[in-house]
Design a protein. Structure first.
Length: 277
């Protein structure tokens, strides 16, 4: 017998109608410190509906702290996070999710041994019956899962197949479709292409564009400029907790993007040293 419960966010049955370029999240001079360690300092950017904001940086750049602040794991020490113009501190991941901010972690997106449709719902399955006599409406749950995945371009012939039989890109699509269905307005994707090959990375990038086209504000965390550039509308570059710039796509080239992410002058000095000049 299923445990009685409802998703904290009502599922969407139609595409979002959010206007493009409508600001949902604004970060103003955000800083986070762990003792004397600077995780982030004076980071500013905007996250808009119907856009992909790419957050780029190498290991130790501050990307994880950025995610944790927006997903409610940690709170910022300085600056402001505004949701629809209202200053906000997310008390927990549940609080952030209830306000429409969903995070898909690359290693925790799905449960490989569970079926596709169970992964889609993960405890929020539609129920039938009344009171204690309630059970999962399995046919409806499967139907919705297949339809929502089809909207992401995934043709699931058998919703009972385990997610572990899907490709890496398709697994990510299940998590993305799930977040969109349950009302996410902001979708944070944590390095979704880092462990994938070229072909599967391309699959995930197409899903990112599909989520953007459905009106979601997508935050794409990555260390790969070649993956960020084709889908990004805005780029925030982090280096050792500091912002190296916050650019719209028409304000920067991929060459400049790569140079800033790599450290610019530091990379040039290293190249001179290695070349013996």
């Amino acid at each position: 017998m299923a445990t009685e419960g409802r998703p904290m966010i009502e599922p969407q049955t139609s595409e979002p109608e959010a206007a493009r370029d409508a600001s949902i999240l604004d970060l103003r001079n955000i800083s986070k410190f762990y003792g004397t360690i600077i995780a982030l300092q004076d980071v500013t950017t905007s996250v808009n509906a119907g856009e992909v904001t790419c957050v780029l940086g190498d290991n130790g750049a501050g990307k994880s702290s950025f995610i944790k602040i927006l997903s409610g794991v940690h709170q910022h020490d300085e600056g402001e996070v505004l949701l629809d113009g209202v200053p906000m501190r997310f008390a927990s991941p549940r609080d952030a999710l209830d306000r429409g901010i969903a995070t898909v972690y690359q290693d925790l997106a799905v449960v490989p041994l569970m079926s596709v449709w169970r992964n889609f719902w993960l405890g929020a399955e539609p129920l039938r019956g009344f009171g204690i006599f309630r059970w999962i409406d399995t046919p409806e749950a499967k139907r919705v899962a297949v339809e929502e995945l089809a909207k992401m371009g995934i043709d699931i012939r058998d919703p009972d197949q385990t997610v572990g039989t899907l490709s890496g890109g398709e697994r990510q699509s299940v998590a993305i479709a799930r977040a969109a269905y349950f009302g996410a307005r902001v979708l944070i994707l944590d390095e979704p292409t880092s462990a994938l090959g070229v072909k599967q990375s391309g699959v995930v990038l197409r899903y990112i564009l599909e989520a953007r086209n459905r009106g979601l504000a997508v935050i794409f965390i990555t260390h790969n400029p070649a993956h960020a550039w084709p889908v990004g509308d805005r780029f925030l570059i982090l280096n050792r907790g500091h912002s190296m710039g916050n650019f719209a796509k028409d304000e920067i080239t991929i060459t400049e993007l790569t140079r800033l992410m790599a450290g610019g002058a530091e990379l040039e000095a290293l190249q001179r040293e290695l070349s013996g000049r």
